[in-house]
Write a protein that binds this ligand. Structure first.
Ligand code: NAD
Length: 282
C-alpha cells in the first residue's frame, strides 16, 4: 500500500513555524494582518472565510473581516480595496470568490495591490511566477509543492501530469512543478488521450472537480497522486477527484480528501500574509 500523505499534519507543522514568525514580528511591533472580504451569503464561502479567520487566530495573526451584503455595488467594493491598499497596518487582502454576478471579478482582483495580493491572483504575481521572479504564489499550488517537499517526494526529472488548467490551481501548479524541474503535461477537458498520459505520470495532480475521476487503471505502479478536488456527494460526504480506495494500493503515495491538499491551502495563505508583513519591515 502507498504512503498516505497527511496534509493536515504537515499544515499543522507549518502553522507552528508561522507562530514563531508572528512572535518575532510582534517583538518588532508589527502585527501581521489579513483583511478578508466576503460579499453575499454563499454558505460554502462563509465556511471558507470562517476557517481562514480561525487559522489566523491560531497562529496569532490579526484578521479584519468585511462581510458585505449580496447587493453591494462594485464601486463600493473597489473603494474598500483601495482603502485597504493604503493602510500600512494591513499586509494581505483576500476577496473570497466567487463574487455575485453583477461584480466583475477581474476588475476586483486587479484592484488589489500586488504586494498585498496574498492569493497570488493579480496579473503581476501571475506574470512574475511564469518568468520565475519572486511573487506571491497561489496558495493551493504552493501548498502542493510544499506537501511533496516535506514528504521527501522529489519533483526533479519526474513526469508530472496535471489534470485541469484553471487559473486558480491547474496553471499555477504546472508552473511551479516546472520551476522544480519536473517535466509537465497539462491536461484539460479537450485532451483526447488522458488515460495514456496519466499512465505515464510519476506524479499526477488531479484538479478537475469530478468525483473519483482518476481510477486505478489510469495510473502506473508507484505513482504519486495529489488530489485537489473537493466534491460534495448527494449523501453529504466529501470526496476528491481520485478514487482513493481504488488507487491507494497501486500508488506510491496519495493524498486523502479531506485532510490532504485542503489544509495546506490555508497554511500557505497565512505564510503569504506573514511574508508580506516581513517584507514591510525591510
Ligand atoms: P475549474 O472548474 O475552474 O477547472 C476545472 C478544470 O478541469 C478545467 O481546466 C477543465 O478543462 C478541466 N476538466 C474538466 N473536466 C475534465 C475532464 N473530464 N478531463 C480533463 N480535464 C477536465 O476548477 P478549479 O477551480 O481548478 O477546481 C478544481 C477542483 O479543485 C474543484 O473540485 C475544487 O473544489 C477544488 N479546489 C480545491 C482547493 C483546495 O484547497 N483543496 C482549492 C481550489 C479548488
Amino acid at each position: 500500500m502507498g504512503k498516505i500523505i497527511n496534509g493536515k499534519q504537515i499544515a499543522d507543522e507549518i502553522k507552528e513555524e508561522l507562530k514563531e514568525k508572528v512572535k518575532k514580528l510582534q517583538e518588532k511591533e508589527i502585527e501581521p494582518t489579513l483583511a478578508v472580504i466576503l460579499v453575499g451569503e454563499d454558505p460554502a464561502s462563509q465556511i471558507y472565510v470562517s476557517n481562514k479567520k480561525k487559522a489566523c487566530e491560531y497562529v496569532g495573526m490579526r484578521s479584519l473581516s468585511y462581510e458585505l451584503p449580496e447587493d453591494t455595488r462594485e464601486d463600493t467594493l473597489l473603494s474598500l480595496i483601495k482603502e485597504l491598499n493604503n493602510r500600512e497596518d494591513v499586509h494581505g487582502i483576500l476577496v473570497q470568490l466567487p463574487l455575485p454576478s453583477h461584480i466583475e471579478e477581474e476588475k476586483i482582483l486587479m484592484m488589489i495591490a500586488p504586494e498585498k495580493d496574498v492569493d497570488g491572483f493579480h496579473p503581476m504575481n501571475v506574470g512574475a511566477l511564469s518568468i520565475g521572479k519572486k511573487a506571491f504564489l497561489p496558495c493551493t499550488a504552493a501548498g502542493i509543492i510544499e506537501l511533496l517537499k516535506r514528504s521527501n517526494l522529489s519533483i526533479e526529472g519526474k513526469h508530472c501530469v496535471v489534470i485541469g488548467r484553471s487559473n486558480i490551481v491547474g496553471k499555477p501548479v504546472s508552473m511551479l512543478l516546472l520551476r522544480e524541474n519536473g517535466t509537465v503535461t497539462m491536461c484539460h477537458s479537450r485532451t483526447t488521450n488522458l488515460k495514456e498520459l496519466c499512465q505515464q505520470g510519476d506524479i499526477i495532480v488531479a484538479a478537475l472537480g469530478k468525483p473519483n475521476f482518476v481510477t486505478a487503471d489510469m495510473i502506473k505502479h508507484g505513482a504519486v497522486l495529489i488530489d485537489v478536488g473537493i466534491n460534495r456527494l448527494e449523501n453529504g460526504k466529501v470526496c476528491g477527484d481520485i478514487d482513493f480506495e481504488g488507487c491507494k494500493e497501486k500508488a506510491g503515495a496519495i493524498t486523502p480528501v479531506p485532510r490532504g491538499v485542503g489544509p495546506m491551502t490555508i497554511a500557505m495563505l497565512l505564510y503569504n500574509c506573514i511574508q508580506g508583513a516581513e517584507q514591510g519591515e525591510e
